[in-house]
Design a binder for this molecule. Structure first.
Ligand SMILES: [Zn+2]
Ligand SMILES: [Zn+2]
Length: 142
């Protein structure tokens, strides 16, 4: 028997997804449900009923930045300074890309320019990192 951290019930192991599961499958299902999600985005982001869906539809069900579509729900992205909801993003763009850029458009523009015109090529020409620095990906062909 194990105590669910969400509902507090003592339940048998089979009600958990694995030995490390801390929330019972009933609670897992509930938190994945549409109704729960609607209440949550309403409470946290002030979205009215249907507004998440309207955003989702307007963005063709894809992340507003990378256009990725994942099985996971898109996150509601908001401006951390004034709380204004900006749009729906995948977890990578919301949690990593914007965080790394500290929400600064000029950093992201500079990053795009950097990738399109890597400054090292102008200075030293083409130098290639050893394959192990490449994580097994192909080097670019020119
Ligand atoms: Zn539970
Ligand atoms: Zn994305």
């Amino acid at each position: 028997m194990k105590r669910c951290e969400r509902c507090g019930l003592n339940r048998q192991e089979r009600f958990y997804s694995g030995p490390r599961g801390r929330i019972c499958t009933t609670c897992q299902k509930r938190s994945r449900s549409e109704a729960h999600h609607r209440r949550r985005v309403g409470k946290i982001y002030g979205l009215d009923i249907g507004e998440y869906d309207a955003l989702f539809l307007a963005q063709n069900g894809a992340c507003a930045i990378c256009e990725g579509t994942r099985k996971q729900r898109l996150s509601v992205d908001h401006d951390h300074r004034d709380g204004v909801v900006r749009g729906l993003l995948c977890r990578m763009c919301n949690g990593r890309l914007l965080t790394a850029a500290r929400d600064r458009p000029e950093v992201l523009r500079a990053a795009a320019e950097y990738l399109e015109r890597p400054p090292a090529i102008d200075v030293i020409g083409y130098r290639y990192a050893a394959p192990e620095a490449n994580n097994g990906r192909q080097r670019r062909k020119r």
